[in-house]
Design a protein around this ligand. Structure first.
Ligand code: HSC
Ligand code: NAD
Length: 704
């Protein structure tokens, strides 16, 4: 029987002598203010009600408690605060037990660590993933976890953001007991009754000492050095280690005070804002207009046309999602190579001990190689990944139209080509869609779902369902040259070329971009992907290029020499004997100088900040154009595209979020200043001007 206001997300009732506290805040029982208030009320009842001998906390639905309510960060704080509620709970003179059956993350695990006994059911997932949001555990988690599991394992858990299974949590000392079944209430009540019957003593985590303090401090020193190298530019990891040191060196209350100070520093940092934006944006992109009106078509069997780099990677993704695949290639030799490309991925996993030969055989049993289109008459969905040539793709789609069953979804993995034109060669444009995977397709999370004019809504929804099955992050895009990502990329890459020709070296530009937080700069990326790819695109576009537009020929000069990057041993960098990290090449600098001289350009110096202002202004301006043309639904779709497909630093939230955080007037002022040098390239987007005039921001457009 509920003895509380029915609208409270915390149900408190007495079961015999046990106060059962059930958290009921769907979908994941986040600790919003009303939940904290409910918990506090329960603790007060525990303290004052003589009929209560113990308290049990359980979560309703699929989670125990997934942590603080992330939507509350950045808003004025609302009492009661979790650390105080938990300290009071831990101090209670009667036992408190947590029975964990699903995610117990962040503040959720902090609740559990402040109880006196913790049970875990098979589906439990325990972790302190605050680092992924630019935070640290702020409700005693940095002080209690080292006391339970040891300083180094606790720090590693917090730095990795990893979730532990029930078994792993038991081994780590985070929980006291594993119980079978899926009913946390029954298991929890049985445990509480046993504890009461045995007169088990209270065990307060805050009273424990961290084990082996001297060794722990030495290990933390080393961890701090390693972490600073590994998490370049990130703010909260170093603070997490500071908190763990405090846990080793200080009494609980003093350590918790230090944790609060550092938590607030993290909370107020721009990195927290960027990372929280990324968290929600990643979950929003699947919310598309078509989903309201249509259901996905059934699919179980796929055809992949082409077994090259992309076709093989997509095949692996499909097989890993439990789907069956018929791969089609041009001839016997090509299909043998295609199959080898697929098997290479699994053999790599076997070599690393991450797959067994039996599992590979079971997976490959769902794979069928073929050189005949007649073998795909019964497939539900086709993904074409042949050469990037419109005529070749049109020929393939004519074949698909001929052989595929009615209602089959026909997708192309083109990077740039006009999907409306591809759809038009079929008798069923309503079934044709773009599925733009990124390389390596079995690893990269981004999937641009490109929606041509005539496609049926249920095909779009099917594509999103496929993304979900393949564990990809889908982004809805419209048809244009390069869709969202590659279209914007080609513009800021051009801005980088301008800076190169005007005076910065490729090595300075790469360094500036890395300093901003990217793992690699654009010239390193070009060397990795192969300079021939961009060269081919430039040649394809040469006929339609505006002769008035500035064109930087330096990359062509490099490619003409056959310097395609890593695969040829040199590109923008030198890669002696297959080295993967390039060395600066004086000959490249000489080519750059010669090209400048040819155009009469006197090179000037650029600071890293000046380089990035141009790089980012070009990115944001083109992003705004992509939005005003409806190619992207919302700014967050652009952000997610860059976070998951282009290595944009997650802690900056994405380019549009970055622009909001800079202030749009500042970005527009930069573009207008650059336009004085090159008015054709730097044409401010109408949407950007409108937002600045209205005092608006991109975030306001995410609410659609
Ligand atoms: C934290 O806990 C800080 C603490 O240290 C407290 C500090 C207090 C200090 C005070 C000092 C004064 N909040 O992912 P899904 C939504 S930080 C709000 O699709 P799944 C999500 O947006 C937090 N909403 O489901 C989505 O909404 P939609 C640490 C949250 O089954 C829906 O739930 N915890 C939310 O694939 C379903 O989510 C974390 O970082 C939250 N905490 O995965 C855990 N969590 O339907 C973050 C989820 O409207 N969450 N939502 O789109 C996760 O990792 C995953 O969501 C789960 C479920 C594994 C829980
Ligand atoms: P690739 O050259 O590695 O593979 C293409 C394969 O298609 C070859 O194995 C070839 O034999 C096969 N093929 C050609 N014509 C065929 C036909 N008529 N029938 C059956 N098979 C045929 O190329 P890739 O890098 O895998 O690119 C494939 C597509 O994916 C292109 O449209 C490309 O733009 C796109 N794409 C590539 C990348 C990338 O980084 N490589 C990223 C995203 C998208």
């Amino acid at each position: 029987m509920s003895e509380q206001a029915s609208d409270s997300p915390v149900h408190i009732r007495l079961d015999g002598e046990v106060l059962v506290v059930s958290i009921d805040n769907p979908p994941v029982n986040a600790l919003r203010q009303a939940v904290r208030a409910g918990l506090q009320e329960a603790v007060e009842r525990l303290e004052r009600d003589a009929a209560v001998r113990a308290m049990l906390i359980v979560g309703q639905g699929k989670a125990f408690i997934a942590g603080a309510d992330i939507r509350e960060f950045g808003k004025p704080p609302l009492a009661p605060f979790l650390p105080e509620v938990l300290n009071r709970m831990e101090a209670a003179a009667k036992p408190v037990v947590a029975a964990i059956h699903g995610p117990a993350l962040g503040g959720g695990l902090e609740v559990a660590m402040a109880t006196h006994y913790r049970l875990a059911l098979p589906g439990a997932k325990l972790g302190l993933p605050e680092v992924n949001l630019g935070l640290l555990p702020g409700a005693g988690g940095t002080q209690r976890s080292p006391r339970l599991m040891g300083a180094l394992p606790a720090a590693e858990l917090m730095l990795s953001g990893k979730h532990l299974s029930a078994k792993a949590a038991l081994a780590a000392g985070l929980v006291d007991k594993l119980v079978e079944g899926d009913d946390p209430l029954a298991a929890g009540l049985a445990c509480v009754r046993e504890l009461l019957a045995n007169g088990a003593p209270l065990r307060r985590t805050c009273d424990l000492e961290v084990a082996d303090k001297a060794a722990a401090l030495a290990a933390l020193e080393q961890l701090a050095v390693d972490t600073a190298k590994k998490t370049r530019g990130l703010f909260s990891p170093g603070k997490i280690i500071e908190c763990v040191k405090a846990a080793v060196q200080l009494p609980f209350a003093a350590g918790a005070k230090r944790e609060r100070e550092l938590f607030l520093e993290c909370l107020n940092s721009p990195q927290r804002a960027g990372l929280v934006h990324a968290f929600f944006a990643e979950r929003e992109t699947a919310k598309i207009p078509e989903a309201k009106a249509a259901a996905p078509r059934h699919f179980a069997k796929l055809a992949i046309i082409g077994g090259g780099t992309m076709g093989a990677g997509i095949t692996v993704s499909a097989l890993d999602a439990g789907l069956s695949v018929v791969m089609i290639e041009r001839d016997a030799e090509s299909i043998a190579r295609g199959q080898k490309n697929v098997e290479k991925v699994y053999d790599g996993l076997i070599a690393k001990g991450r797959m067994t030969a039996e599992a590979k055989a079971a997976t490959m049993a769902r794979y069928q190689p073929s050189t005949s289109y007649d073998d795909i008459a019964d497939v539900d969905l086709v993904i074409e990944a042949v050469f990037e040539d419109l005529e070749v793709k049109k020929a393939v789609f004519k074949e698909l139209d001929r052989v595929c069953k009615s209602g089959a979804v026909l997708a192309t993995n083109t990077s740039y080509l006009d999907i409306d034109a591809i759809a038009a060669v079929t008798s069923r444009p309503q079934d044709v869609i773009g599925l733009h995977f990124f390389s390596p397709a079995n690893i990269m999370k981004l999937l641009e779902i490109v929606v041509p004019a005539k496609v049926a809504p249920d095909v779009v929804v099917t594509a999103f369902e496929l993304a979900k099955r393949m564990k990809k992050v889908p982004v809805r895009a419209g048809v244009c040259d390069g869709f969202i990502g590659n279209r914007i990329l080609s513009v800021y890459r051009e801005a980088a070329n301008h800076v190169l020709e005007d005076g910065a070296s490729p090595y300075e530009i790469d360094a500036a971009v890395r300093e901003f937080g990217y793992p690699m700069g654009p010239f390193q990326v070009s060397d990795l992907a192969g300079g021939d790819i961009g060269w081919a695109t430039r040649k394809r576009k040469a006929a339609t290029r505006d002769p008035q537009a500035r064109y930087v020929e330096i990359a062509d000069r490099i490619a003409e020499r056959g310097w395609y990057g890593q695969k040829t041993g040199r590109g923008w960098y030198l890669y002696p004997e297959g080295a993967r990290v390039g060395q600066q090449d004086p000959e490249v600098l000489a080519i750059v100088d010669a090209e400048r001289a040819k155009k009469g350009i006197t090179p000037r110096a650029f600071t890293h900040e000046e380089i990035m202002r141009r790089y980012m202004a070009a990115m944001v301006n083109e992003g705004a154009k992509v939005l005003e043309e409806g190619i992207a639904l919302r700014p967050l779709d652009i952000d997610v595209t860059f976070l998951f497909g282009y290595g944009f630093p997650r802690w900056r939230g994405g380019p549009m979020q970055w622009a909001d955080m800079q202030g749009l007037p500042k970005v527009l002022a930069d573009i207008e200043a650059f336009a004085k040098e090159d008015a054709q390239f730097w044409q401010p987007a109408a949407l950007l001007k409108k937002l600045v005039a209205e005092g608006g921001n991109f975030a306001s457009l995410n609410q659609r």
